[in-house]
Design a protein around this ligand. Structure first.
Ligand code: LMR
Length: 397
């Protein structure tokens, strides 16, 4: 049966990492996958994560299964991080959270849940979006369509076309929004724009699904939650997919959460019973280690404030790299205005490089960038900046 199978294409992002590993050029730079590098080019384990792990090593008494929806404390702390500690949604018990293997796991549970509860729903994705989004929803047998999001000539959100498209979305469909640090463009909605989008969702009966993978990587933990909280103020029902890969550096532990907000505590509980079926039939129950680390840090005042400092360091370094990148490119006299990159937020920016230029970067300079021209700013360092900008200037010639 397997004789006739032809190979599937490599993953648009993780496939690049495989190619990068095989590249023998000592100057090679990987600006593909969204992984943070420190000033020395490493992706370190955060000191607070190490400390939480040490505590767990001493205190962990069993490796027995977690509940299907994961650690209750982890769910509670995740809700507080998303909405803020005193949010009425939490007081009213209108949120239910399942612990998931990463943000991708959260999206897949969300997709299966939507398919189970509103099977006719179409999921609306921003154009452009994370290349795995259509695959995740497609795998759950949901229809995915896109709405305009980015205006390439100005490198800004295409807000009017976006709103015009949202006004056509039928009641009962799902609108996927990037909570902050839009992947791949780095261009986010302003608070006023979030208000307008949230009103359309509320008025038309559209279910917002917020992909919230970069909280704390833009302007701060609360600042980055502005959009999600505006949506929660307008809409009685929503879904939030959280990832702790980036803000805790827990990439390979696969730590995420899907939070559902319902109109009442009873409805949240009933909906949660269906999310649990989606989990049980998929991976049964979540792995414990990463979730325990996050719960240990978020639940301990001292550890949490040290983690917030580590997070601020990562965020500040990325924002410094944005400025240095713009300045260094400017010095190379590329003849292009890249100043928009300093205005954008999160790990990524759309560079505007064409697929041919992306290919030339890789072939001539061993610089790896996603085919769409998305660059991971968090992979830049002071040490690789000159080589990188020289290479970009060369392919732009
Ligand atoms: C990315 O977009 O590079 C990250 O979210 C990692 C991934 O899984 O693709």
């Amino acid at each position: 049966m397997f004789e006739t199978i032809t190979s599937a294409p490599a993953d648009a992002i993780l496939g690049l990492t495989d190619a990068f590993k095989e590249d023998l050029n000592p100057n090679k730079i990987n600006l593909g996958v969204g992984v943070y590098k420190d000033g020395g080019g490493q992706t370190p384990v955060l000191a607070t994560v190490k400390e939480a792990e040490q505590r767990l090593l001493c205190s962990e008494a069993t490796k027995s299964y977690l509940p299907i929806d994961g650690l209750a404390e982890y769910g509670r702390l995740s809700q507080q991080l998303v909405f803020g500690r005193e949010h009425p949604i939490l007081r009213e018990g209108r949120a239910a959270t399942v612990q998931t293997p990463g943000g991708t796991g959260a999206l897949r549970v969300a997709a299966d849940f939507v398919r189970r509860i509103i099977p006719q729903a179409t999921v609306w994705l921003s154009d452009p979006t994370w290349p795995n989004h259509p695959n995740v929803f497609g795998s759950a047998a949901l229809e995915a369509r896109s709405y305009p999001y980015f205006e390439a000539p100005t490198n800004r959100v295409a807000f009017d076309p976006m709103m015009a498209a949202l006004e056509t979305i039928p009641k009962g469909d799902v609108l996927l929004l990037h909570g902050c640090c839009h992947n791949p463009t780095g261009a986010d909605l302003s608070p006023q724009q979030w208000q307008a989008v949230a009103s359309v969702c509320a008025n038309r009966g559209i279910l917002p699904l917020l992909d919230f993978a970069y909280q704390g990587f833009g302007d701060g933990l609360d600042e980055d939650a502005t959009g999600v909280r505006i949506v929660a103020d307008h809409c009685r029902e929503l879904l939030v997919a959280t990832s702790y890969s980036k803000n805790f550096g827990l990439y390979n532990e696969r730590v995420g959460a899907l939070t559902l907000v319902a109109d009442s505590a009873e409805a949240a509980e009933a909906a949660n019973s269906h999310m649990k079926i989606c989990v049980r039939t998929n991976y049964s129950n979540p792995p414990a280690h990463g979730g325990q680390i996050v719960a240990e840090i978020l639940g301990d005042h001292e550890l949490r404030s040290r983690w917030e400092k580590e997070l601020a360091e990562m965020r500040n370094r990325i924002n410094d790299m944005r400025h240095l990148f713009v300045e260094t490119l400017d010095e190379r006299g590329t003849g292009r205005d890249f100043s928009f990159i300093a205005r954008q937020r999160g790990m990524f920016s759309y560079s505007g490089l064409t697929p041919a230029q992306v290919q030339a970067l890789r072939e001539r300079h061993s610089v790896y960038v996603v085919g769409s021209g998305r660059i991971n700013v968090a992979g830049m360092t002071e040490a690789n900046m000159d080589y990188l900008c020289e290479a970009i200037a060369d392919v732009l010639k």
